[in-house]
Every structure is written in C-alpha cells, then in structure tokens.
Design a protein around this ligand. Structure first.
Ligand SMILES: *Cc1c(COP(=O)(O)O)cnc(C)c1O
Length: 381
C-alpha cells in the first residue's frame, strides 16, 4: 500500500457519510443496538464492535487503520498520550516476578515506568547501553520477558540494531517494544525487522502541529487484543474522537512536513558543524557507528555548546525564531537546553547527559531565517 493512499484514503468509508471528503467527528459516548441479540453479539467482543467510545469509535478507527498501515502492522490502538501507550503495552506483557531490559537513556517517563512503577508490582528492570548486542545477552535472566527499546532516543540519538535484538529476544521467548517516535514510520518500520510492538508519541511528528497529545501501539491483532482487554480498557487512557480527527488532519501532511524538515535540517547541520562555538554535534545522520541508517533526516538535533551555564542562557534567551520549550515535532522550531531542566548547581552528578547540551527541533520555517537566528544568538555567548 502506498503512503499517499494511506494518508488520503485508507479507512475512510466515505459512502457511509454522504461522501464527505473529511470524516465526521463521531462525538458520542455510546452506540445503540437494533435488538437484544445484536447487543449480545456486540458485547461478546467489544474489540470488534461499537459499544462504547472507551472501546471503539469510528473517527478513532480511521486513525488506527492509518497508523497500523504506516507501521506495516496488522492493527493499532491509539491513546491519550505516548506515555499511556507505552504504559499499556508494558503492563499488558509483564507480571510479578518478571524482569525487563530497557535501554539506558529512554524517554524520561519510560524510565520512571520501568524503574519505579514496575518495581512496585515486583517487576525488576535492567538499564543497559543498547548499542551493543552483548549487553542484552549479559542482562538477560530466566525471568526476562520484555525488552524496551528506543531507537534512536530523542536527546543523544543512540540507536540499537533492531533486527539483531529482535532475533535474540525471539530465540528466548522475550517480547520486544520499540519507541519509534523519533524515526516515524517513514524513517524505519521496526515490525518488519521482527520487533513485536511499536509505540509512538503521536504528539510529535505524526500529528505535527503541537495541538494534540496522543500515543499509539502498533502490533499484530493478538497483541492488540491483549492490550485492549487489559490496560486499554481498564486504564481507559483513550484518545477522544475530536483529537483523533485533528490527528488524521495532521497526518495528511506527514510526508511533505518531513521532506521540508529534512532539507532545512541538512543546512542547519552544515552551519552548526563548522561553527567554533559548537563542541560536538549529535544527529543520527552524523553517527557513523549507528546500528542502522534511518531512511529520512529528522529535524531533532543536539549540540554541546562551548559555554558555561550563563552563556547557554544568553544563547537561548537571544533566539527569536526558536521557542524555548520541551517536546518537538510541530510546525514551529524549538530550543531545549538541558541546563533549563533545573538548577544543576550541586547536582551535576545526577545528569546523565552533558549539562552544556542544547537540543533544537527544526520546524517548517525557512532555513536561512533559522540560520540567521542561530548565528546572532551564538554571538551572544
Ligand atoms: C514525547 C515522547 C514520549 C511521550 O509521549 P507523550 O505523547 O508526551 O505522552 C515518549 N517517547 C518519546 C521518544 C517522546 O519524545
């Protein structure tokens, strides 16, 4: 299935709603049944029927079909956030006494989930450097049930060899999850490499407009059903129909947004790469030792500034076109200094990344406008 068919048509049964080009927002909590027998049938398998919007909703279903197809998955579930999607996938797959292996620099709330929430329920976690397959082999125990990957992560972009980890895991009956928010399905499709579950923060590139918080799980039908009848329905962290409709609209332009971002990012990497105030530049396209090459150039990059904290503050405060914010993946360019997370004085040892690290998220603005802005701000250091 080609990508434009997925983005423009898949899942859209227009004959059912007056051939409207844009689908309706099915803003309803419940669905009625024509008779008792139909009600019984619907309730016997809520995964496959319209009963209640915490389970199924037609607007949400369109988004699920598109995301599943993009990830070459049989099915997908969507959630009210990426964190909810990750938590649902993980909680569905582990039980007391189990052990999970996690890459050592995952998204902050994935770390909290694996390191603290799971611990409360008797599930142990080992955090390892995922760049070396040997570390997975070493960390595995007879209790290991799950490996949680993030390739690349969204700050320093370490990657894992997904096919190799998937093969190792399958040989030991271990399930694998990859957070694919950074790469998007345009950059890599982990299920095709043997990974069991792809998790997304759709808040980022998939929706792409900084106006929806959402998540997704893409997997085979059996796993989607397991998650649906477990954490999905019990925690109820659903994506409301209106947000699903916005996400469908955001997704329409995924390819053009990512192409524009790639072109701009190449120019920005070239500019920063030769700038004397940039000590080290981080981006997957620059990483010769990366586990695997992504098929697209993404607009998230980091650098170590040749500056103290005061200099970093002057640089960030001087930027006019980059908004100072967390997150990424929207239409607008952002700057995120690690030094801005908290007052690090006396707590420097707690930092797992260099404190002079600054992340940029490249948006849809013109490259020369962004470069000019960076140039003037770098002079303020
Ligand atoms: C933002 C993010 C998440 C969490 O997603 P939310 O939609 O904010 O809950 C998970 N993983 C990565 C890599 C992220 O960037």
């Amino acid at each position: 299935m080609d990508i434009s068919y997925i983005l423009n048509h898949l899942g859209e049964t227009r004959e059912q709603y007056a051939h409207a080009v844009v689908p309706p927002i099915w803003q309803t909590s419940i669905f009625a049944h024509p008779d008792v027998q139909s009600m019984r049938e619907a309730m016997s398998d809520e995964y496959a029927h319209h009963v209640y919007t915490r389970g199924n909703n037609p607007t949400v279903a369109i988004l699920r079909k598109k995301l599943a197809a993009l990830e070459q998955a049989e099915e997908a579930l969507v959630f009210g956030s990426g964190a909810a999607a990750m938590a649902a996938a993980v909680l569905a797959l582990v039980k007391q006494g189990d052990h999970v292996i996690v890459v050592d620099k995952p998204y902050s709330w994935t770390r909290k989930l694996a390191g603290e929430v799971l611990a409360k329920f008797g599930v142990a976690a080992s955090f390892i450097d995922g760049r070396d397959l040997g570390n997975f082999v070493e960390a595995r125990t007879d209790a290991t049930r799950l490996i949680i990957l993030e390739s690349p992560n969204s700050l320093t972009f370490e990657q894992q060899d997904l096919a190799a980890v998937a093969k190792f895991a399958a040989a030991h009956g271990i399930k694998t999850i990859v957070d694919n928010s950074y790469a998007t399905p345009l950059g890599q499709t982990p299920l095709a490499q043997g990974i069991d579950i792809v998790v997304h923060s759709g808040t980022k590139y998939l929706n792409g407009h900084s106006d929806v918080v959402m998540g997704a799980v893409c997997a085979c039908e059996a796993l989607c059903r397991e998650i649906f009848y477990g954490p999905y329905m019990t925690l109820g962290a659903i994506l409301p129909p209106h947000d699903a409709w916005l996400a469908i609209r955001g997704l329409r332009t995924l390819v053009v947004r990512m192409e524009r971002i790639a072109n701009t990012t190449r120019k920005i990497l070239a500019f920063l790469g030769q700038h004397p105030k940039i000590k080290r530049l981080y981006h997957p396209a620059l990483d010769q030792n990366a586990g695997q090459a992504l098929k697209i150039v993404n607009g998230l990059l980091s650098f170590e500034l040749d500056a103290d904290i005061a200099g970093i503050e002057r640089f960030c405060d001087a930027l006019r076109r980059f908004l100072l914010s967390i997150s990424w993946g929207g239409h607008e360019s952002l700057v995120f200094p690690v030094a801005g997370v908290r007052d690090w004085r006396g707590r420097e040892h707690e930092a797992s990344v260099p404190l002079n690290l600054v992340r940029l998220a490249i948006g849809l603005e013109e490259a020369d406008v962004l470069i000019e802005d960076l140039d003037q701000a770098l002079r303020q250091i």
